[in-house]
Write a protein that binds this ligand. Structure first.
Ligand code: AKB
Length: 315
């Protein structure tokens, strides 16, 4: 049985991945860590440790004490926060990653960390962005993601660490809201549709970005981590996506369930500039061919489920 260490376990992906991995691999075999304490169920339902990922020694000590063989490194600042605090983002995103990779090297662990559509920039082909293409991002987050992809490749080639990764689009979920991202509007819109029947978008009409529903993102991580290594040509940073949407597409899908839903705009220039530097739609062919990536949710199915789950949460 695997013994897994998760960093950033209380974050948007971590809070759901920890629960899912504990179901599959056993509660005691998934060690959740985060920089903050909380009364979230994952701090009670299995091992939980406080960990600042810039503390290399503490990360190593925890991994060694629990004898882990897999590291899922999720702790990071998202794009908008990283743009507001670029040096903090560099130190946390790159410092945390290199610490986690070093632990993986020393303890011979399998390793996963997410990259992002943020690893692309304004000179990247905008539509059906290929797996291997120009990557000259203009954000600190993007710089971190490209450097992170390369660093994970390096640890594989140089030290034979079994590193794997996905370039995630905006992830949509009713469980834990994201914080500080550019794609967060696509989550907020559902919360506000239920609460107020209206949403004011900080992303302009007609701005397309890739999105994915969280259950598909979790399945993608689990499938990639179990995939036959000999079939992986792109070990790290596989393009994955479920849909390419702009705010009006989501509003249209919501109106099928809440006909009076209103979408207004008050564009935030910082996040709009970031969004415009990212692709409209990325091509996930390599992920499909190399390890069988597939999704279950399109915009209609996701919207129905999001609204139902958020209504249940409210009542
Ligand atoms: C963000 O908006 O920063 C993230 C991402 C696409 O990486 N959701």
């Amino acid at each position: 049985m695997k013994k897994i260490l998760i960093t950033g376990a209380l974050g948007q992906i971590g809070s759901e991945l920890t629960v899912k991995m504990r179901e599959i691999y056993g509660e005691q075999n998934v060690i959740a860590t985060d920089i903050r304490q909380s009364d979230h169920e994952i701090t009670q339902s299995g091992p939980f440790e406080l960990l600042d990922v810039t503390d290399a020694k503490k990360m190593f000590d925890i991994a060694k004490r629990y004898d882990v063989d897999t590291i899922i490194h999720l702790a990071a600042l998202l794009s908008a926060t990283a743009e507001a605090k670029p040096l903090i983002a560099w130190n946390l995103n790159m410092g945390g990653l290199v610490n986690a990779l070093e632990v993986a090297r020393e303890l011979r662990c399998q390793f996963f960390t997410p990259s992002s559509i943020g690893a692309f920039g304004p000179t990247t082909p905008k539509d059906h962005t290929p797996q291997d293409t120009i990557q000259r991002p203009t954000t600190m987050y993007g710089v971190n993601k490209v450097a992170g992809e390369l660093l994970c490749d390096y640890y594989y080639y140089k030290f034979a660490v079994d590193t794997r990764g996905l370039r995630f689009p905006g992830l949509i979920s009713y469980v834990t809201p994201p914080g500080g991202g550019t794609t967060d509007y696509a989550v907020e819109i559902y919360y506000e549709a239920i609460k107020k029947g209206a949403y004011t978008s900080y992303i302009a009409k007609g701005t397309y970005m890739d999105m994915m529903y969280m259950p598909d993102a979790l399945n993608a991580i689990l499938t990639l981590m179990e995939a036959d290594a000999s079939k992986l040509k792109h070990r790290n940073a596989f393009n994955v996506t479920a849909m390419s949407v702009e705010p009006e597409d989501i509003a249209k899908a919501i109106r099928k369930h809440i006909p009076e839903f209103k979408l207004n705009y008050e564009v935030d220039p910082v996040r709009q500039r970031i969004a415009e530097s990212w692709p409209n739609s990325i091509d996930a062919t390599a992920a499909k061919e190399e390890w069988g990536f597939k999704v279950e949710y399109d915009i209609e199915k996701m919207t129905k489920d999001m609204l139902m789950k958020l209504k249940q949460k409210k009542s």
